[in-house]
Design a protein around this ligand. Structure first.
Ligand code: KMH
Ligand code: ZN
Length: 277
């Protein structure tokens, strides 16, 4: 493992523009953020979109415009969230795939999510996985708890490898209701990932204050990084995040220190089996 994939998750569905004014919510803000983060070392963008009132939406036209806008202005791998917000119905989450992203997230199980429940039934997971296979969309399997890696093993055993043939996992750690954002939990996941197909890669993100411990643990365990205001809105104690660029710059710095510098978009495409445009 020579380099680091840095994914930026700039917006998410949980933080409000009123509480976090620096959150990118319009297409212009998103494209600006994407370009700057690409220049700083990000190679994937994990995208949730907002409507005209800055509320989370899975509106088809907006999703298509977003994919087109990001593709026109950057070479980042565009990964749409199929997770949406905890209130989004399964039909709307499946329909995200019609917007033809290069990648989409695919969560491996139900998890308590703060006061809500992020529902991911087995049949729904199978539907997402097989529809992505049919459409040539490369999944990023989102893992909120250790047992979800066993679900992924079962999924791949029954329904086969994803589009592109490479398995990539993202450990989302520190969600209230999911696994903690600790080095011990990350190592437990890394052990379980060894049961997945040879060459499986993983990235990790720590929600809130677990962002730094998870980043350091992931780098030392051979993993990649996801950062962004979807996951972290406090840069340091009492210091709000100014921008997603600030978080990507810190991640790139840590990756350099670990002597695993950020991979370019072309290198990440090759690693994850995402076609060159
Ligand atoms: N917003 C969360 C309920 C994903 O993007 O796939 C789900 C989430 C996962 O963020
Ligand atoms: Zn997300």
């Amino acid at each position: 493992m020579t380099g680091t994939v840095i994914t930026v998750a700039p917006t998410g569905a949980e933080n409000t523009k009123a509480d976090v004014p620096a959150l990118p919510v319009t297409l212009d803000e998103l494209v600006h953020t994407a370009k700057e983060c690409e220049a700083l070392g990000a190679s994937i963008i994990h995208v949730h979109i907002r409507d005209a009132d800055a509320q989370p939406t899975l509106d088809q036209a907006r999703l298509r415009d977003t994919v087109a806008g990001l593709r026109a202005e950057t070479d980042l791998i565009v990964q749409l969230s199929s997770g949406g917000a905890v209130t989004d119905p399964e039909t709307a989450r499946l329909a995200v795939l019609y917007a033809a992203p290069e990648m989409a997230s695919c969560t491996m199980g139900t998890v308590n999510f703060g006061d809500g429940v992020f529902l991911n039934r087995w049949e729904f997971i199978v539907d997402l996985h097989t529809r992505m296979q049919d459409r040539g969309i490369v999944p990023e399997y989102e893992i909120f708890d250790l047992g979800q890696l066993a679900t992924l093993e079962r999924l791949l055993g029954k329904y086969g490898l994803p589009a592109g043939g490479h398995v990539h996992v993202d450990l989302v750690m520190g969600v209230p209701g999911g696994m903690p954002g600790t080095a011990a939990a990350l190592v437990a996941c890394e052990q379980a990932i060894r049961n997945l197909p040879t060459g499986t890669t993983f990235s990790a993100t720590g929600i809130g204050r677990s962002t730094i411990p998870v980043m350091l643990a992931s780098l030392s365990a051979g993993g990649h990084l996801r950062v962004g205001m979807e996951d972290t809105v406090t840069y340091a104690k009492g210091q709000p995040v100014e921008s997603n660029m600030q978080l990507v710059a810190r991640a790139a710095g840590f990756a350099q220190l670990a002597q695993r510098p950020p991979l370019t978009t072309a290198e990440t495409r090759k690693l994850l089996g995402v076609p060159v445009r």
